[in-house]
Design a protein around this ligand. Sequence first.
Ligand code: GLN
Length: 315
Amino acid sequence: MAGPKASGLDLGRIVSEVHDELATRIGEGTVADYIPELARVDPRQFGIALVTPEGEVAAAGDADRPFSIQSISKVFLLTLALGRVGESLWTRVGREPSGSPFNSIVQLEHEAGRPRNPFINAGAIVVTDVAMAGHSPREAIGEILRFMRYLADDDDIAIDRAVAASELDTGARNQALGWFMRSFGRLDHEVEKVLGVYFHHCAIAMSCRQMARAGLFLAASGRDPLRGHSVVRPARARRINALMLTCGLYDASGDFAYRVGLPAKSGVGGGILAVAPGQASICVWAPGLDAFGNSRLGGLTLEALARRTGWSVFG
Ligand code: GLN
């Protein structure tokens, strides 16, 4: 679809102009090198896609190339776990920004193994443990993958097994987090099994177009507006967005809220999913990261897009 919509915004044009403006900075940042498979990714890639609740799609650059979604998967795991156990999830994990790096262990000892929020690694490992209840690891991985395929309305989405294996081989930090939480009795399943599921959902590969589509329910009060299905209740979508805004970019969440003003979740594969409630679900991808593990070009792109569209959760 082309041309201005009811909002008066020509999104196709805005997306391609923002892409072209930021493409001059392609390659900035550093690819995640603590996961060997991700260290091999060409940093000179850059994609953007958005989907509106009316079904308008705007995309530019490498919007159709699959990338490793990494921590963006934590949003969908949280959605699944809340569906499973409801608000009792919050006895296992908090809802406060950590102010610490995504893989930090320091707060866990003071806080008796209860992670600050579901988006830092420790929190996502706990959420994974909750989502595994009643499932073998293989079944749990299958359920997560099916959920992503359903939300993206695309059965081609798959797990990149080489990325999952690479992280299993080198994930000493996540192993440490898992065992530390286990020492406080915070995990119901064996650490190896929880981490196996965690690494596999982080290793799902999706394109910007697929990810923007999968996140659309968060921009549409919990509904998939294109199929007319309810994914979660409106209050739950609002709360997931609140957590993304406060915790989605780790210890850069405050700066991102100031600069962009939209709930978002980043991953060390270089993707960022952002939600403009009522307006659009947006995914940008550029593999070069900043010091906080967030896509450098991705953040700049969302900042430019928010400025051009006027989208913000702050009025
Ligand atoms: N799989 C990655 C890890 O556990 C996810 C981190 C991220 O994307 N911030 O380290």
